[in-house]
Ligand binder design. Structure first.
Ligand SMILES: CC(C)(COP(=O)(O)OP(=O)(O)OC[C@H]1O[C@@H](n2cnc3c(N)ncnc32)[C@H](O)[C@@H]1OP(=O)(O)O)[C@@H](O)C(=O)NCCC(=O)NCCS
Length: 190
């Protein structure tokens, strides 16, 4: 009985695949249609989509990678250019913060699933450690991110930033606790 219920629940869970999109029609972007495809593809920036089981793209999200939190598109442009330059010089990966500067759903519920898939990707990444938005000053953006578990970082002149905290896994938490206990034990031995 219980197994049947679990099986049913699993069957109902929609599955999405996060994919990098080589190009998109930027005029479809309801948030920042003024940003060209070239802008979205240069300086290490990336466009991601989620593909559902029918093969359709359910949502799109665009990213820049920085080492600081931008308060405007102009700041994000400069910061991600700098991070890309540093990466070339150091032969490393660029920017530890993923800035989601636009997201839109092509299918109902797509936006939420997009956030979930991107969150998983960043959590699994060894070089990205923060997921922050550069959102427009709209009620829709605010409600959407807060409802999906993000917290407000700051409200700026033309944008607002939200952060999806990358939580530690149970193993990482346990490791931290054991280390702390070990430290305390060592201190109490006289
Ligand atoms: C925001 C967006 C990505 C959410 O997509 P989604 O996950 O598929 O979810 P839904 O459309 O079911 O909306 C989810 C939540 O977003 C918020 N939202 C969506 N449309 C809204 C609107 N017109 N006004 C205010 N809040 C809105 C609500 O909190 C909503 O939850 P509710 O339906 O329980 O009220 C989608 O509405 C969209 O593409 N909007 C246009 C682009 C945009 O503004 N992007 C966000 C800023 S970067």
């Amino acid at each position: 009985m219980v197994l049947k219920k679990i099986k049913k629940a699993l069957e109902k869970t929609p599955k999405f695949e996060l994919i990098e999109l080589p190009f998109i029609d930027v005029t479809e972007d309801p948030v920042r249609p003024e940003l060209s495809l070239e802008f979205r593809q240069s300086h290490g920036r990336k466009i991601y989509g989620i593909r559902d089981e029918t093969g359709d793209i359910a949502a799109v999200m665009c990213f820049a990678f920085t080492n600081d939190i931008p308060k405007s598109v102009e700041e994000m442009d400069t910061m991600s250019r700098d991070a890309a330059m540093q990466a070339i010089h150091r032969a490393g990966v660029q920017g530890s913060i993923a800035i989601a500067y636009t997201v839109w759903a092509k299918k109902k519920g797509g936006g939420k699933h997009m956030v979930n898939e991107v969150y998983k990707m960043i959590k699994a990444s060894s070089h990205l450690n923060r997921l922050i938005t550069l959102s427009p000053l709209t009620d829709m953006a605010r409600k959407f991110h807060l409802k999906n578990g993000a917290r407000e970082v700051q409200v700026n002149l033309t944008t607002q930033n939200f952060e999806y905290d990358i939580e530690l896994s149970e193993w990482e938490k346990l490791k931290g606790k054991v280390t702390e206990k070990w430290r305390n034990t060592t201190w109490s031995i006289k």
